[in-house]
Design a protein around this ligand. Structure first.
Ligand code: SF4
Length: 306
């Protein structure tokens, strides 16, 4: 499978079948906390990056396996709205299945009318908003020169007015970047103008692109939640049920690690294998040179060895 991966456990979406429609690290941003490393192709130009039919064939193949899938999610290794075909892909996937479609986006292109129209067919849009001032936006997200936070927030507000699906906003909090009262106050105002259905607060829980992107503690996260709005949710780690066991567990582990660094518990949860079994598999894959290990915040993460 080239474009479709999972289902993988998602903290918000249960078992999510990922659809990755832009080349690795093709993004409008280069966030200091990105789990995938630095952006190699930073641009804002929408293109046909992939052959639509190839993606649809892969989705059909996975759907035929009748595994548990709670959402089909456009996400992965870059910004999905950069792909000009996203609107048509959403429509065609919805014609294939009743499984809801979600789009994980950094939200930076939602000020464009064509992007807004393309996402109308999705059941849920999950944009990020880590800053509300240009200065902090540039520090955290290192955007393409063309992008201004004011128009991004304005785009989200306009999208909210006519989009009938759910909008779940995610804010990534980074120590000494956007956790000061001034920036949080601006973010709070932006949230009240955008009016998302839900707001999730996250912090740097997986190895970031830059070592200086540090997480907030649990208590600090709770303080931010109380400051912004008590109904915000601090995203907890996933505790889902087992997915179907794939045919080739080693390959499935490698596929998971291509998208983001994972822990042994992640692997055990998503593949429905015991922690001991997952450990053994990891050991084998490391010996074969297919995975590398990284310690972060006292936890071991495994990623694909490129
Ligand atoms: S975190 Fe998302 S938006 Fe930020 S650089 Fe990585 S892929 Fe792009």
């Amino acid at each position: 499978m080239r474009y479709v991966y999972g289902p993988v456990p998602s903290r918000r979406l249960g078992f999510s079948l990922g659809v990755d429609i832009v080349p690795y690290k093709t993004c409008t941003l280069d966030c200091v906390y990105c789990q995938l490393g630095r952006t190699t192709q930073k641009n804002v130009e929408r293109k046909m990056y992939t052959r639509k039919n190839d993606i649809l064939e892969e989705v059909k193949e996975v759907l035929n396996k009748k595994q548990r899938i709670d959402y089909i999610t456009f996400s992965g290794s870059g910004e999905p709205t950069l792909n000009l075909d996203i609107g048509e892909l959403i429509r065609e996937i919805k014609a294939l299945t009743s499984i809801p479609v979600a789009v994980l986006t950094n939200g930076t292109l939602l000020f464009m009318e064509d992007v807004q129209k393309d996402l109308l067919g999705a059941n849920m849009v999950l944009p990020s908003l880590d800053a509300a001032s240009q200065k902090v936006f540039e520090k955290i997200n290192r955007p393409h020169n063309y992008l201004k936070i004011e128009s991004i927030i304005d785009g989200l507000k306009r999208f909210r007015k006519f989009y009938r699906g759910q909008i779940w906003l995610e804010i990534m909090l980074i120590k000494n970047f956007n956790d000061n009262t001034k920036e949080l106050f601006r973010i709070k105002n932006a949230i009240s103008e955008i009016q998302p259905d839900r707001v999730y607060l996250n912090t740097v829980v997986r190895p970031p692109s830059e070592f200086y992107a540090k997480p907030l503690s649990r208590d600090e996260m709770m303080a931010v939640k109380n400051f912004l709005d008590k109904s915000c949710e601090v995203i907890a780690e996933f505790h889902g049920q087992r997915a179907e066991e794939p045919q080739n567990v080693e390959d499935a582990i490698v596929e998971m690690t291509k998208r983001r660094p994972v822990t042994i518990v992640d692997i055990s949860n998503v593949l429905g294998i015991s922690v001991a079994n997952a450990k053994q598999m990891i050991k084998r894959l490391k010996a074969k040179g297919r995975l590398k290990e990284k310690q972060y915040q006292g936890e071991k993460y495994y990623s694909y060895y490129k």
